[in-house]
Design a protein around this ligand. Sequence first.
Ligand code: SF4
Length: 311
Amino acid sequence: MIWSFTDSRTFAKCQRRWYYDAMLGYWNQKDPCRWEAYLLSKLQSVSAWRGQVVDLAITTTLVPTLNARQAPSLRRCLDRARQIFDTQRTFAMRHRLREAGMVPSQHKDSFAAFLSLEYQQPVEETELAQAWSEVEQAITNLFGMDALLGQLRAARLCVAQRALTFKHEGVSVKAVPDLIAFYDDRPPLIVDWKVHAFGTKDYWLQLVTYALALTRCTVHKDFARVFQGCDPTTIRLAEVQLLTNRIREHTLDEDDVGEVEDMIADSASRMSLALDGRKHPELRQADFPATSRLENCSDCPFRKPCWEGDE
Ligand code: SF4
């Protein structure tokens, strides 16, 4: 079993959704049940999708520019975001997810699938227009964050969307920070982009998990020349709320590290108990309780199999 911050949140909200998403929804075209769960796991709300567009535009324009030691260009980043937005919107609005033989990974940057369309709800033009306006606002706000951009421009190397894994109490922990900036003369800076209209949630736990992952994973080849490990408490953590134009800097001390380790171990042990030593195909959806809070179901891509009892 692999533990991640996202999986732990899904498990806490609904164990059955976690089963579909983390246990069943793996790439396996030969098993129709797993393949269907995999396809469903690709569905997103329009608001989640706009965050993905922002992430991808930053990863494919700003990050290479920083590494090439060139001046970041707001225009280039916005143009790239618009291109991603238009391509993915066309793909999603045709609901190509359900095309015969669709393999999402073959479409890479052009793939998107809207939850509403799968569940016969329309996606209104006004919703898409609002999504674009928020993408534009988020990127424009980022380019106005002079202090943050200054820190990123001073980095020796920036690495985006890198999967980091380490073992904790026998469980594999996986973390994928949005951006890690490495320096010659100071500890790394980990940045997480958030694109929420109400930036009220505190993502301290997620960012501390990233710091633990960076200091405990096997150092990757590309960043080995600038990073050989450090104490997690020295890593700087920035939660960047792009829509509300706010940066929350998180710090951690030894007690925090212990607290987060305990939280990971506790959450992973609940997941292991739910599995009770079984693996697919011994698992059944009925083994995993459905949430008692119906509002948790509104954005769930697995409503069909869950409500139809389809195994
Ligand atoms: S539809 Fe509701 S109960 Fe079923 S898996 Fe999704 S969140 Fe859980």
